[in-house]
Design a protein around this ligand. Structure first.
Ligand SMILES: NC(=O)c1ccc[n+]([C@@H]2O[C@H](COP(=O)([O-])OP(=O)(O)OC[C@H]3O[C@@H](n4cnc5c(N)ncnc54)[C@H](OP(=O)(O)O)[C@@H]3O)[C@@H](O)[C@H]2O)c1
Length: 209
C-alpha cells in the first residue's frame, strides 16, 4: 500500500519508519516539497521512501497520516487539498496543544479529531497514536503490551488501523466514534503532563481487569 504522511517532525518520521517496516511505500511531506528533514529521512529510509508537499502526499497515499503541529492541522489539510482524502483512511495523530504550561486548545464538546473529520467529510478519520510517545509507536519495549485508543466513525477503517497497532505490538481500545477524540486528546494531555512532572517518557496506557 502507498502511505502519505503529513508532518516531518519526530512523529511523522516514526510512523513513516513503522509503515516501511510493514512493507508499505511511504511519502513523507511538509509544506514544501523540498523540506530538508523529509529529504534527509528519504536518504536513510531506502527505495520505498519518497518526499513531497502536503498535497503531493495526500494525492499519493491510499492511507494517510496527519502528524502536523495540532494548532495548524486544519491549515495543513487545506493546503493538502481536502478532495484528496475522499474515501481514504486518515490516521490523526495530532494534538492541538498551546501555551505554557501546555493545554489543549480545543476542549468540551469538540476536539481536533472531530474538526478534522468535519473538514474532510468523505475521509474515514481514525484518531490513533496521539496518546503515546513517538518513541514507543513501533515495537515498544515495556513491561507489558500497552493499549492504543482508536476512535473513529468507520468500523472498517478502525479495523485497518487496529491491525497496524497490533503489528507494532499494541492492544487496541475502541472508545467509539470520532466524538471520542475529545477523550483521546485529553488522555494524551494527562500523559504529557505526567511525563514532564515525573520525567516519565517511556510509559504507556494499558487497560487492566
Ligand atoms: N511528540 C510525541 O511523542 C507525540 C506523540 C503523539 C502525538 N503527537 C502529536 O503529533 C504531532 C506532530 O508532532 P511533532 O513533534 O512530530 O511535530 P510538530 O513540530 O508538532 O509539527 C511538525 C509539522 O507541522 C508542520 N507545520 C508547522 N507549522 C505549520 C503551519 N503554519 N502550517 C502548516 N503546517 C505547519 C511542519 O511543516 P514543515 O514540515 O513544512 O515544517 C511539520 O511538518 C503534533 O500534533 C503532536 O501534538 C506528538
Amino acid at each position: 500500500m502507498k502511505v502519505g504522511v503529513l508532518g516531518t517532525g519526530e512523529v511523522g518520521k516514526a510512523l513513516a519508519d513503522g509503515m516501511l517496516l510493514l512493507g508499505h511505500a511511504v511519502m513523507l511531506a511538509g509544506r514544501s516539497a523540498d523540506n530538508p528533514a523529509a529529504a534527509a529521512w528519504v536518504k536513510e529510509a531506502g527505495p520505498l521512501a519518497s518526499h513531497g508537499s502536503f498535497a503531493d502526499a495526500a494525492r499519493y497515499g491510499e492511507m494517510l497520516v496527519l502528524a502536523t503541529q495540532g494548532t495548524v492541522a486544519e491549515a495543513a489539510l487545506t493546503m493538502a487539498g481536502p478532495g484528496n482524502f475522499a474515501g481514504k483512511v486518515l490516521i490523526d495523530v495530532s494534538n492541538a496543544i498551546e501555551g505554557s504550561p501546555p493545554a489543549l486548545a480545543i476542549v468540551g464538546r469538540d476536539s481536533l479529531g472531530e474538526r478534522v473529520q468535519r473538514l474532510l467529510p468523505e475521509a474515514n478519520v481514525v484518531k490513533a497514536f496521539n496518546t503515546a510517545n513517538h518513541q514507543l509507536f513501533v515495537h515498544p519495549k515495556l513491561s507489558a503490551r500497552p493499549d492504543m485508543f482508536i476512535a473513529g466513525n468507520d468500523d472498517g477503517a478502525k479495523a485497518e488501523v487496529g491491525k497496524i497497532c497490533e503489528a507494532w505490538g499494541w492492544g487496541v481500545v475502541d472508545p467509539g466514534g470520532i466524538e471520542s477524540a475529545r477523550y483521546c486528546e485529553a488522555i494524551a494531555m494527562a500523559r504529557i503532563i505526567n511525563a514532564f512532572r515525573n520525567n516519565a517518557w517511556s510509559v504507556a496506557f494499558k487497560l487492566v481487569s
